[in-house]
Design a protein around this ligand. Structure first.
Ligand SMILES: Cc1cc2nc3c(=O)[nH]c(=O)nc-3n(C[C@H](O)[C@H](O)[C@H](O)COP(=O)(O)OP(=O)(O)OC[C@H]3O[C@@H](n4cnc5c(N)ncnc54)[C@H](O)[C@@H]3O)c2cc1C
Length: 407
């Protein structure tokens, strides 16, 4: 008899799972509460969708800080190259950028959704626009899903409901409740790849200022370096955001206990002596100017009053009067503008959710629940998460594929 599989969630994981199931000849009920499919994918990579990364699987695993071992089978069963081939065969052209990041050639995330829909929406896949309320089961086996559109009976069910981040895309953490109701353990969902709130309030004066080519280093309470990277960051009304800040956040654990400090090197290409000589040259050039008016060649305009204030030097001191010791204070600020980490922004503003369904309760070779026969999980709903670089979507695609192969 033809088997029916219900897939809850038409995100990255659910769409791949539905396509694989359809290829295997299953009747698929794809349950999605949004009117559109793949809503989150459309906003990924700033609307360009960093689909995956072409690095080898061992290196992909190194970019997954939470439960990489659990993903071994999934990532080898459906690799980054398998994904690229599949999308290419659906007519999506891809390109590789800095750091091995793969994007659609069109730079349009919607094209990725279209390719996935083309793969998923075969004749034996029925899309049901409904809210999945509860899992149905009897005698230790799944029997279906109750939804806002009525009960859907199925031989297997795949929960691919995503995490709790960016809830307007539909990822509102429903999968945690569905899994918990049938006895699964949920590791507390927390934000990852998330903007940072700082103790310093002066950041709000710099709101909207974006710094390119800076080096950001984070130290913990014991002064141990926990993260360092070059790139782009942004000041906001609450603290800092932007690519290197989001990456840094994934490395910060026990954020309240560790008293992390973020040090921004505004001039990473210059060492202390070179920078000092550079400042001296500018001070000679603008010798009669007040300090506040003498740094336009060195810093973005908005940053000058902040640096001057932090230096403790009078903004109206003529630069020819500035002592060596005062100049060294400026050098220090340029090389290590320091902010104390107060908190993360809420999970709703995080790129991914860390935490989720405990991996020890899922079979890593099939994605089947160890607690309830016929129940499978895929994607961000599981307690796995990765750094930026296309790894999070690859996790969703690989686990979605494996669940689709086995359900
Ligand atoms: C702004 C942003 C940018 C990102 N950029 C990238 C990037 O460039 N590269 C990358 O690798 N990762 C990126 N990510 C992360 C990546 O998007 C996610 O990790 C990935 O989409 C997770 O896929 P998923 O299928 O598990 O879940 P989701 O994509 O969240 O899909 C879950 C689906 O389930 C549906 N659903 C939930 N509950 C129910 C219910 N009760 N009933 C019915 N349907 C339900 C939801 O509506 C949703 O459509 C980004 C995330 C964000 C927020």
């Amino acid at each position: 008899m033809k088997k029916t599989v219900a897939v809850i969630g038409a995100g990255a994981a659910g769409l791949i799972a539905a396509g694989v199931l359809a290829e295997r000849g299953k009747d698929v009920k794809l349950i999605e509460k949004n009117a559109v499919l793949g809503k989150k994918i459309r906003i990924t990579g700033k609307g360009r969708c960093n689909i995956t990364n072409i690095d080898d699987i061992e290196n992909i695993l190194k970019n997954i800080p939470t439960n990489p071992k659990f993903l071994y089978s999934a990532l080898y069963s459906f690799t980054n190259m398998d994904l690229i081939h599949l999308l290419n065969s659906m007519g999506l052209k891809t390109k590789v950028e800095r750091g091995g990041r793969v994007f659609p050639e069109s730079d349009n995330a919607k094209d990725v959704v279209d390719a996935l829909k083309k793969y998923a929406l075969k004749a034996n896949v029925e899309v049901i626009c409904a809210f999945a309320e509860h899992l149905l089961f009897s005698d230790g086996k799944i029997t279906g899903v109750s939804t806002s559109a009525g009960k859907i009976y199925a031989d297997s069910v795949i929960v691919a409901t995503g995490g709790k981040s960016y809830p307007l895309t539909g990822s509102t953490g429903d999968g945690y409740r569905l899994a918990e109701e049938v006895g699964h353990t949920i590791i507390e969902p927390k934000p990852s790849l998330v903007p940072i709130v700082t103790e310093e309030r002066w950041v709000s004066d710099l709101m909207g200022l974006s710094l390119k080519n800076v080096e950001l280093t984070v130290y913990n309470k014991k002064n141990k370096r926990v993260f360092s990277d070059f790139g782009e960051m942004l000041f906001t009304h609450f603290g800092i955001s932007g690519p290197i800040v989001l990456s840094a956040s994934a490395h910060l654990k026990d954020i309240h206990k560790e008293e992390y400090r973020v040090c921004i090197d505004l001039k990473p290409a210059l060492d202390i002596q070179q920078l000092d000589r550079r400042i001296q040259r500018d001070f000679e050039k603008y010798t009669r100017k007040h300090l506040i008016n003498a740094m336009d060649d060195l810093l973005p305009k908005a940053l000058i009053p902040v640096i001057v204030e932090l230096s403790g030097i009078s903004p109206h001191k003529e630069v020819n009067q500035i002592t060596r010791e005062e100049r060294m204070r400026l050098v220090e600020l340029f090389k290590s503008l320091t902010l104390r980490v107060k908190d993360f922004r809420p999970i709703e503003e995080a790129i991914v959710t860390s935490g989720g369904i405990k991996v020890g309760e899922i079979n890593p070779s099939t994605m089947e629940s160890k607690l309830l026969a016929g129940l499978y999980f895929a994607g961000e709903v599981i307690d796995v998460d990765a750094y930026t670089g296309g790894y999070n979507l690859q996790i969703a695609f690989s686990t979605g594929y494996l669940a689709g192969k086995n359900a």
